[in-house]
Design a protein around this ligand. Structure first.
Ligand code: ATP
Ligand code: MG
Length: 333
């Protein structure tokens, strides 16, 4: 039985950023978490940063245009966010004359500026996420989204995105850009509104990268950390000794039966191997990291899709109810 009150504690925040090494399952976890939140009654937006619409496909819908929310269900939407599109959208809001806007957007100097200005893309991306987090639905006079789950890019890029508002704040102190950047950084460092959650697999390279990223977020960026999702965990129910005994008995088999049995045994040994590796790195993470760890099992599926995301959402629902809540000691609470 899921203790929804405790699950809600994380989902009370307005912005959950999902970051980590390339390929570890950020998009999968972001989609599952978004689905879970919507099932618990939160109007949820999954914002995929610089993606290719994979979040939408994982949720079983066609990707919408960049910067446009695509509804998955009444309580869940997905959106691709990208810096230069966000800048164009921003200009559209502040520039009332459409003809002038078109001239600006299509001018070569504008395009050159967008491509060349360092950090502009990152800043506008965070700006768009901030805008969606604060957005009021005019028709009902309420916030459009209760929660935004951000499917962030791989480690190095994520750090660039997260660090940009503070950097811009330092460069443009007073003035419009400085003030806006301050607001973005305020959101990112506010532990009542935001949590940065990392995803990793329990293997050497992703774990090393995760430990490094933890340090950067906690000590340099000083942003509030949430959960650490350890994805694709293998848990073999068998042991090496059992497999050895089985191997003995296979000797009696011949022909096709034998090769089938050997192949199966080989796979079982691989599972045992992975389970050991996973256990070792899970222990290492547990020792090195104070934040609560949420284990997510490896799911065997011919095609990884909506069904698997649903399954992981259910796993997260019960896991988040039973693991400790992240403390809000980092960032300004
Ligand atoms: N729990 C799981 N069990 C089995 N396979 C998984 C699991 N989670 C993710 N995968 C698979 O791992 C691969 C990477 O997942 P995903 O696309 O979510 O990673 P990512 O971190 O978003 O990658 P990228 O850095 O490329 O955006 C996918 O093929 C996905 O199907
Ligand atoms: Mg991804």
């Amino acid at each position: 039985l899921v203790n929804t009150a405790q699950v809600h504690a994380l989902l009370q925040r307005r912005l959950l950023i999902i970051a980590g090494k390339g390929g570890v399952g950020k998009t999968t976890i972001a989609c599952a978490l978004g689905l879970l939140a919507s099932q618990l009654g939160k109007r949820t937006l999954i914002a995929e940063v610089d993606g290719i619409g994979r979040a939408a496909s994982l949720l079983g819908v066609r990707p919408g245009g960049v910067g446009e929310a695509r509804a998955v269900s009444p309580g869940l939407s997905v959106m691709s966010v990208e810096g230069s599109a966000a800048l164009a959208e921003y200009l559209e809001i502040i520039m009332p004359v459409k003809r002038v806007l078109q001239v600006v957007l299509s001018s070569r100097i504008y395009q050159y500026f967008v491509a060349a200005a360092p950090g502009l893309k990152e800043l506008m991306t965070i700006g768009k996420i901030w805008y969606e987090a604060e957005r009021i639905d005019e028709a009902v006079g309420e916030r459009r989204w209760d929660l935004i789950v951000v499917d962030a890019p791989a480690t190095g890029h994520s750090l660039q995105y997260l660090g940009m508002p503070r950097a811009a704040r330092e460069v443009f102190r007073a003035g419009l850009v400085g003030r806006e950047s301050q607001r973005l950084n305020d959101l990112l460092t506010d532990a009542t509104r935001t949590a940065i959650n990392l995803v990793t697999t329990a293997e050497e390279m992703p774990v090393n990268e995760t430990l490094e990223m933890y340090g950067r977020i906690r000590d340099d960026l000083r942003m509030p950390l949430g959960y650490l999702f350890v994805n694709r965990l293998h848990e073999s129910p068998l042991e090496e000794a059992t497999l050895d005994r089985l191997a003995e008995r296979l000797r009696g088999l011949r022909g096709e039966e034998r090769s089938l049995a050997e192949e199966t045994l080989h796979r079982a040994r691989e599972e045992v191997g992975w389970s050991e590796i996973n256990r070792r790195y899970l222990r290492q993470l547990g020792k090195a990291i104070g934040e609560p760890i949420v284990p997510v099992p490896f799911l065997f599926a011919e095609e990884f899709g909506v069904e698997q995301v649903r399954e992981i959402a259910a796993v997260l629902g019960s896991a988040l109810a039973s693991v400790a809540q992240p403390k809000s000691k980092h960032g300004k609470a």
